[in-house]
Design a protein around this ligand. Sequence first.
Ligand code: FES
Length: 154
Amino acid sequence: MKEISNYEPQIIAFCCMHCAYAAADLAGSSRFAYPSSLKIVAIPCTGRTDMGHILKTFEDGADGVLVAGCLEGRCHFQTGNLYARQRVEHVAELLDQIGLEGERARMINISAGMGAKFAELANEFAKTISALGPTGLKKKPASRELPLPSGKIE
Ligand code: FES
């Protein structure tokens, strides 16, 4: 594990708008704190996430990705959260295989009324990611400078 002082992990949380998004909102309104570096992306169902989304999120600079869906048996699309869990687990295996830590991808199941639980799980995940440190995957921004003309312009 890498120890870095003043390191604030960048975490993206894909939250189902039927449950986890409302739980995060409840956590905020109830003043259950969770890290401000955890950015929430509302999605219609965790079944909407795919491995490409999650891997791209890491490539774009996330140090951890949380996928938060409805409780098992409560998904509005019946099996979306079950498929999401399989995908997250597969991403975790891939991360392990390429030398990153699989713990960086996690699936949680939560209901809209579990604001305190959302904050607890988000804080626990942020602590895990902080201990792991940055992935080092973030791409450098492409240079927008155009090459200078080499000859005279007439
Ligand atoms: Fe919430 Fe599917 S509707 S996880």
